[in-house]
Design a protein around this ligand. Sequence first.
Ligand SMILES: [Zn+2]
Ligand SMILES: [Zn+2]
Length: 288
Amino acid sequence: MTIRATAAVLKKPRDLQLRDFTVPDIGPDEGLLRVEACGLCGTDYEQWQGHLRDWGGGLPIIPGHEVIGFIEAVGSNAAKRWKVAEGDRVAVEPVIPCGHCSQCVTGAYTRCETDSGYGLYHGTKVAPLLWGGYATHLYLHPRAMLHHLPTGVPPDVMTLFNPLSNAVRWIYEVGKVGLGSTVVVSGPGQRGLLATFVAKQAGATSIIVTGIGKDARRSSWRGILGRTPRSMSTRTIPSRACAHSPTESSPTSSWTSPPGPPRPWRRPSTWSSAADGSCSPVSRVTIR
Ligand SMILES: [Zn+2]
Ligand SMILES: [Zn+2]
């Protein structure tokens, strides 16, 4: 029986249209995913605006690269390699690594030089067409990377596997956050909120989230922390010359939990200053 797939195709900037596709026959090394849900990433929004039209797969394209779903069909070789069977619930990594380039062989496969993967890399002119998660079905390339998922987690929560895994890496691996750490999270977007959650799980005793005024009213604080913040204050942090004391210039809301005794602020050693006086965090933003 021929399976039909429906996908949202970005034909031009800000123009998503539903389109039907014929699902390809699956060979022994391939698979087909029945998409359960797809995360919405900041990159998706940029893509929808048209900022990425000259990059990767161009347009038209099926967006969506944070995909979870169920194995609909799988070839015999692929089933052994991925250790999956039809009906299994899996997450699909956005990148399809080549396994041979210098990035892949040094372990940095997410920066694979072949630029292959889902949602961003191949348009609808590249067979077998189903390269994006905004669809009922996703083609599973022989080098796709799959992860088994638990069955009891709701799909909207499960789609956080991608940004949450980044938060875990930033907090534990890069930031080395542990019991008693003080952590600064720059911006309470999706990833900032998840980094806040992970920092709390890691044992950080003081978490400072910087943002703009309206961020203080985010209803998600309670979900992230299990309670409302103990202290929420508006203070100013210089937008330039942030190597100096945070006492003036652009207004910024910040929230600290728990409040604890005030400590002297000092510039983290991992922040770099540019010649114009501006500065940016370099991988680790922790104030002790
Ligand atoms: Zn993403
Ligand atoms: Zn590679």
